[in-house]
Design a protein around this ligand. Structure first.
Ligand code: SF4
Length: 332
């Protein structure tokens, strides 16, 4: 067994958009959203991999495709030696006890008609094999651990604040003792002070339960505090990946540099000019040819339009990889 808990190989997810009746009658082809375009990565046991990029870059779809909450179009996900693309829905259901997710919007993901005790019990009812008494104890323990009092267990989600609702979501994800937790923008809807408390709680729980996290965020500052490594996504592809130190202090890809320049305090001792990205993210219905970043890249050259970029190591023996053949550090 390798030190990798998760390996993702060339994962692709393309969504076909439904056509209107008029378009169907006109015989127009279905349009296809290119959400993931061949993502490969690994996550080591016990580490936190940060996944960053703008809204619409495919990072949340990647989290859901790993868990098979959306079915990948192709590619392979291997979790703890098991190829998830080869197991039955029933086996996948059992596997979900070990692979959990904390959603961005805690309120939308919590059933308003259930008490928090019932909400947190659900994963054990679906995946657990303990007795009713054991399950009850497990639910109470995790609710206490994330900060609730026992007189709050039978209250409903609307009786709690946003931060408390996210604590319910965290308790629900952790009650079945998962190994891997995908935290999908878990703090982006919260106020700054509450955000800090939830990040601290997630860090404590990771250490206490020996968890492995994929932490999805559009905010490189948040990810920089938590992650051991960072993967930067753009238009359904990873454009740079490496240790948090290397990505923050020695970014190679122009997109990573632009994201970092918006948070200069992260860059050790540096005051750097802010790079404002030109234009919006192109439509995933019609992604640019060649390097997908060429429409917004300040370094783009004519060759970038026709050349698809692959991740390549920045320096031999180092663990930082970049998908830009014009990057100063890339080996080509
Ligand atoms: Fe920019 Fe060209 Fe590098 Fe793409 S390959 S990031 S367009 S310099």
């Amino acid at each position: 067994m390798t030190g990798n808990l998760l390996e993702v190989h060339n994962l692709v997810k393309h969504f076909e958009r439904p056509r209107s009746l008029a378009r169907r009658l006109l015989g127009e082809p279905r349009s296809v959203v290119h959400a993931l375009n061949g993502v490969s990565l690994f996550v080591r046991r016990g580490e936190t991999l940060g996944l960053i990029g703008e809204s619409g870059c495919g990072k949340s779809t990647l989290g859901r495709a790993i868990l098979r909450l959306v079915e990948p179009s192709s590619g392979k996900t291997v979790f703890d030696g098991v190829d998830l693309s080869q197991i039955s829905p029933a086996e996948m259901m059992r596997m979900r006890a070990r692979l959990q997710i904390v959603f961005q919007d805690p309120y939308a993901s919590l059933n308003p008609r259930k008490s928090i005790r019932e909400i947190v019990s659900l994963p054990l009812k679906l995946h657990g094999d303990g007795s009713d008494g054991e399950n009850r104890k497990q639910v109470e323990n995790i609710l206490l651990r994330v900060g609730f009092r026992d007189d709050q267990f039978d209250l409903y989600p609307h009786q709690f604040s946003g931060g408390q609702r996210q604590r319910i979501g965290i308790a629900r994800a952790l009650v079945s003792h998962p190994q891997l937790v995908i935290c999908d923008e878990p703090v982006s809807a919260l106020d700054v002070s509450i955000k800090a408390q939830i990040i601290e709680l997630l860090a404590e729980l990771k250490a206490e339960f020996g968890l492995t996290y994929i932490f999805v965020s559009h905010d490189i500052a948040t990810v920089g505090h938590l992650a051991d490594r960072i993967a930067v996504m753009y238009m359904g592809e990873i454009v740079e990946i490496g240790s948090t130190h290397d990505i923050i202090n020695h970014p190679q890809h122009p997109y990573t540099k632009a994201l970092l320049s918006a948070v200069p305090r992260l860059v050790a001792g540096a005051r750097q000019a802010r790079q404002v990205l030109a234009g919006d993210l192109p439509s995933p219905l019609a992604p640019p040819t060649g390097c997908k970043f060429h429409t917004r890249c300040p370094k783009a050259e004519p060759s970038c339009v026709g050349t698809t970029q692959q991740l390549k190591p920045v320096l031999s023996g180092l663990s930082q990889w970049v998908a830009c053949s014009l990057s100063e550090g890339a080996h080509v």
